[in-house]
Write a protein that binds this ligand. Sequence first.
Ligand code: HEM
Length: 148
Amino acid sequence: MQIMSQSLEIATVIMIVESILFIAIAIGWYFGARRMYFDLHHKAVYSVVLIHSITVGAWMIPRAATLAAEGAFTDLAASWYQIVHDLIGIFAIIFGIVLALIFLTRKDMPLDLLKKTRPIMILTLILWTASYLLGIIAYVVQLMPGAS
Ligand code: HEM
C-alpha cells in the first residue's frame, strides 16, 4: 500500500515536470521558432531534452520494465495506451536528442539547415504531443480506484 502511494507521488511529480516541459516546448516553438528567434528556441530545446531524458531514464524506463515484468503488457486491450506511449515516446526522445545535437553544433542555423530540420521538428512535436497525452491517460488510470 505504501509502495503504491509512493509510486503515485513520484508519478504526480513526473506529471507536473512533463507538463512544465510541454509548456516550455510550446514557448520555444511560438516565441522562438515562429519568430525566428533561434536563441530562445535552442535554449528551450536543450533544457527540455535534458530534463526529459532524466525523467524517462530515471523513472519511466524502470517503471516500464516493472510493468513488463508484472505482465501488464500481455493484455493489449487494457494496456494499448501504455504500449503506444512507450513506443512513440522512444522515437520522440531520439529525435529530440538528434535535434539538440544539430542545434548545438550549428547555433547560427542557416536557412538550408532550417529547411532540412523542419520536418523532423514537426514530427518530433507530433510524437511528443501524442506521447504526452497518452502519459496523461496512464496517470489518470493510476488514480482510479482499484488501480494497481
Ligand atoms: C516524449 C516522450 C514522453 C512523454 C512526453 C512522456 C510523458 C509521460 C507522462 C506525463 C506520464 C504520467 C506520469 C506517470 O504516470 O509517471 C508518463 C508515464 C509513464 N511513461 Fe512516459 N513519456 C514519454 C516517453 C516515455 C518512454 C520513452 C517510456 C518508456 C519506454 C515511457 C514510459 C512511461 C511509463 C512506464 C509511465 C508510467 C505508467 C504507470 O506507472 O502506469 N515514457 N509519461
